[in-house]
Design a protein around this ligand. Structure first.
Ligand SMILES: [Zn+2]
Length: 342
């Protein structure tokens, strides 16, 4: 099926359907959401894009699109500025160290602007995000896994490891912070094997440090945005806790880069992960834009606190024929929508 799907997209790409669709949607803006970029041999997780694919995409974007800064996007949404046809905005979530080490040199080479939404508490503590900690802990574990808070008991094997990891992250996502810590403490205590593999994976998932954030921010190409303090999904906790998460991340970044932080990305970013109270809180703290992970174009009149993004990960979404069709709005054209079920 996957092969047939690929053949289908490849054929459309050969027929240059993406150029036609891109022209149809030329006045709309595409905002891309990346996470990490790693050496080609270090793939595995969906969030870690091989450097070769990232470079290919940046080349493609610079050839067929105008990559604009998030400031220009905010001006456009607020009706203060016009922007070129076929505009694209590049963003990264979570603040991985590899954004500095691997992605930034490519962005510099192509003089391409981007925004990095960082999770401030993780930078302070220099530890992995809780979901990456789960992925690393399970990567080299084989055996029984019992998690009473989730009513989950499963045997982890080489065959089901990926599914169990994904399931565990999905289930832990919506727990309140206390319960999430309980799950994490169980996962952390799992006996480890394959130390070298585990170490390599951990290295690829480490957060930026504040010096690297300052270096990135000093570049006119890079904007730093906020992504909460602990990557808590804001609708899973009290409004007061959500407020703290937003404000603490904004203050901490501003203290460290000595500049205003105007942009925010909701953790997880689906429809369920923010509401009107949270948007009012962002408005009250002078955020100009907030990004979701809801796949939609940005246009004049888009709610600035509900900016849609196209997520790109280590799967079909980063394969150039699919990537270019996806960005062009191909699957959104009414006559084609039913035929593309990805
Ligand atoms: Zn995130």
């Amino acid at each position: 099926m996957n092969f047939l799907k690929r053949m289908f997209f490849f054929l459309l790409w050969l027929l240059q359907v993406h150029h036609f669709c891109r022209y149809v949607h030329r006045r709309k803006v595409v905002v891309l959401a990346y996470h990490g970029v790693v050496d080609d041999d270090d793939g595995g997780l969906w969030t870690l894009l091989p450097a070769r694919r990232f470079r290919e995409q940046i080349e493609y974007l610079n050839k067929y699109y105008s990559v604009i800064s998030i400031d220009m996007l905010a001006d456009f949404v607020e009706g203060k500025a016009t922007i070129p046809d076929n505009s694209v905005v590049i963003t990264f979530d979570d603040g991985y160290r590899n954004n500095h080490d691997i992605a930034f040199p490519v962005l510099l080479e192509y003089k391409t602007p981007a925004t990095i939404f960082v999770t401030s508490g993780i930078i302070d503590r220099q530890e992995l995000s809780w979901f990456d900690e789960i992925a690393v802990s399970l990567e080299t574990y084989k055996g029984k896994l019992e998690l009473p808070p989730l009513e989950m008991a499963v045997s982890v094997t080489d065959t089901n490891r990926q599914i169990v990891t994904e399931m565990l992250i999905q289930r832990t996502k919506r727990l309140c912070p206390d319960l999430r810590s309980t799950v994490l403490s169980v996962v952390r205590d799992l006996p480890a094997s394959g130390e070298a593999k585990r170490h390599r994976m951990k290295e690829n998932l480490m957060p930026l440090n504040w010096n690297q954030v300052r270096t990135l921010n000093a570049s006119p190409l890079i904007t730093i945005g906020a992504h909460t303090s602990d990557h808590t999904i804001l609708t899973t906790c009290s409004l007061e806790y959500a407020r703290e998460q937003i404000l603490e991340s904004k203050r901490s970044i501003e203290r460290n880069i000595n500049e205003h932080v105007d942009y925010f990305a909701y953790p997880n970013g689906t429809h369920r992960d923010f509401d009107e109270d949270i948007q009012n809180c962002l408005k009250g703290h002078d955020f100009r834009l907030a990004c979701t992970t809801i796949k939609k174009f940005v246009d004049k009149g888009t709610n600035p606190l509900e900016v849609g993004r196209f997520c790109v990960g280590n799967d079909l979404t980063s394969w150039l024929p699919y990537f270019s069709l996806n960005l062009s709005g191909f699957s959104r054209m009414p006559s084609c929508r039913k035929r593309v079920a990805v």
